[in-house]
Ligand binder design. Structure first.
Ligand SMILES: [Zn+2]
Ligand SMILES: [Zn+2]
Length: 251
């Protein structure tokens, strides 16, 4: 399982890296979030820590099998057991629960004692590359890896839906650390950026620490007042050379 997680990480991140980092296509240059792409040393650090996290995520995958064997995980095998629309609804349900779990644990990891010991590893990447997607201290990786096993104790889910969700989760993590903004430019992109988290939103978290804690949606940051506001951090806004599209786009 660990092998599958690590290979998937290398294949997807590697493809994104070759396409955008080895020689950035002209059409993507205006989408680059940082003035300069991350250096080699920090990328090597991100890969090393991500490999350890991959091992922990692999154990989490095996744990899902154990929970299934024990009858604790609410997996079902008949596609229409809850109606076909539930297949899509269950993805959304898992994403919402995961969002809440991630937001709360992420806030906790920013408590000074936890940040110093654990979360500083992820924030070593002030301007992350896609290799940072899994770059966590082992304790943080365990916290992240626990989310899905906990959620499947509550939410009935078909294994195929879970595989689709895990793939979505990996893509989202890579998009958030891509260093390039994927949302369309203009009003549609700006509107989407109000609700969806992508590279620009998460890059601000890596840079400014005290805002933008969410995973997929900006809802928790909005509810708890941690959404990034440009004025509050104006002294460092020059760091970003790209075209931020979420709130605070006046940078
Ligand atoms: Zn953080
Ligand atoms: Zn990050």
């Amino acid at each position: 399982m660990t092998f599958i997680v690590a290979v998937r990480y290398f294949l997807i991140v590697g493809a994104a890296w070759i396409y955008l980092y080895s020689s950035t296509p002209a059409s993507w240059k205006s989408r680059q979030i940082y003035e300069k792409l991350p250096g080699r040393d920090i990328q090597v650090f991100e890969i090393k820590t991500s490999l350890v996290s991959s091992a922990i995520f692999g154990v989490s995958g095996a744990l899902l099998g154990v929970l299934w064997e024990l009858g604790w995980a609410r997996f079902y095998l008949k596609f229409d057991a809850y109606g076909l629309s539930y297949l899509f609804l269950s993805i959304l349900l898992i994403a919402v629960l995961h969002e809440i779990y991630f937001y709360l644990t992420h806030r906790l990891l920013h408590e000074p004692w936890a940040f110093r010991r654990f979360h500083a590893v992820h924030h070593k990447s002030l301007e992350p590359s896609p290799w940072a997607s899994f770059s966590f201290h082992p304790v943080e990786a365990v916290i992240q890896a626990a989310a899905i096993p906990l959620i499947v104790l509550i939410v009935p889910v078909h294994p195929v839906v879970l595989i689709a969700y895990l793939s979505l989760m990996t893509f989202s993590a890579i998009i958030n650390h891509l260093g390039f903004e994927i949302l369309p430019k203009g009003p549609i992109g700006s509107h989407m950026a109000k609700w969806l988290i992508t590279g620009t939103h998460h890059a601000r978290h890596h840079r400014f620490y005290k805002s933008n804690f969410g995973l997929y949606f900006t809802v928790c940051d909005r509810i708890f007042g941690t959404e990034y506001v440009a004025k509050a951090a104006s002294r460092v806004t020059a760091t970003f050379a790209g075209t931020p599209t979420s709130s605070g786009s006046s940078q």
